[in-house]
Design a protein around this ligand. Structure first.
Ligand code: GLN
Length: 281
């Protein structure tokens, strides 16, 4: 191998190393940007630019870590979500693009004017912060049972300049007070014996953010049964779930007295978010 001292050669080399990745070329670009502390456009503009030995060494370390399976977001320490750049950490889930659907659906159901939103199991704060960024007049409370996640979400709120958010440690509703116009959650929902847990990035994410009992629905069942006293009338509960869980989630919402229950598909056409409306007489 010739020494990849030029940007184009370094990218080609990195791409060739990442045989186990589903996106080797993109991974190489993101890791080189991180090593150079430059944006993606820099790589396209200066393909023949020489990089320093120190930068090359850093890049090689990142490529080696990625070869071991470590998620890109853990190597770079951040992930873009919605219009925000969020810090990530191995203590919680890496934000996924499909979760932006939960944000869109929540925004579409928020009443005009000041009101409250609650995000259960907020992790990095992704959903709470994205909603807060679109609606400065809305106050968003995010909670997580993992104290490190709460601290991370608070940092992300600060870095993105979103003062209309609060984060607290709470196991689902246990330490929540008040009523909200909208409650959202991207809870753990993968079946505990799923093969999916042994593949790719999820191997490096905490089980507490991924799995929830044999059928994956333990957290969703708990949230649906506990939510009504925390909702205003009218109020909405919106849940992300696995692509094969929509029917069951709709059933649980109906059983608990929710109306206007519907499922929304993500960009891949998969059932991803199910929601219901609560209206007290
Ligand atoms: N969406 C996750 C995944 O596909 C599963 C857990 C979650 O998002 N709540 O890995």
């Amino acid at each position: 191998m010739t020494k990849p001292h030029r940007i184009d050669a370094a990218l080609q080399w990195g791409n060739a190393q990442l045989t186990d990745s589903a996106s080797p070329a993109l991974d190489a670009r993101v890791l080189l940007c991180h090593a150079l502390a430059k944006p993606l456009s820099y790589l396209y503009t200066w393909p023949d630019k020489e990089i320093s030995s120190a930068q090359l060494a850093t890049y090689k370390t990142y490529i080696a870590e990625r070869q071991q399976g470590r998620p890109i977001a853990h190597i770079t320490g951040s992930r873009d979500f919605w219009s925000l750049t969020l810090q990530t950490s191995p203590t919680t889930l890496i934000p996924r693009p499909e979760t932006e659907l939960l944000v869109e659906a929540a925004l579409a159901r928020l009443p005009d004017g000041a009101c409250g939103v609650c995000d259960l199991g907020t992790g990095t704060g992704a959903v709470a912060l994205a909603i807060a960024s679109e609606r400065p007049d809305v106050t968003v409370l995010g909670c997580d049972v993992v104290p490190e996640a709460v601290a991370l979400a608070k940092r992300n709120a600060k870095r993105n300049g979103l003062p209309n958010t609060h984060f607290i440690a709470s196991h689902w509703f246990d330490d929540i007070e008040g009523r909200f116009s909208v409650i959202v959650s991207n809870p753990p929902y993968v079946e505990s014996d799923s093969h999916y847990l042994n593949e790719g990035d999820v191997r490096f994410e905490p089980a507490s953010a991924l799995t929830s009992g044999k059928d994956g629905l333990d957290a969703i069942r708990h949230i649906i049964s506990s939510a009504p006293p925390f909702l205003k009338s009218p109020g909405y509960l919106l849940l992300e779930h696995g692509y094969q869980q929509a029917e069951k989630v709709r059933e649980l919402l109906h059983e608990r007295g929710f109306t206007e229950v519907e499922t929304i598909q993500d960009l891949a056409g998969l059932d991803r978010v199910t929601l219901g409306k609560m209206h007290f007489a």
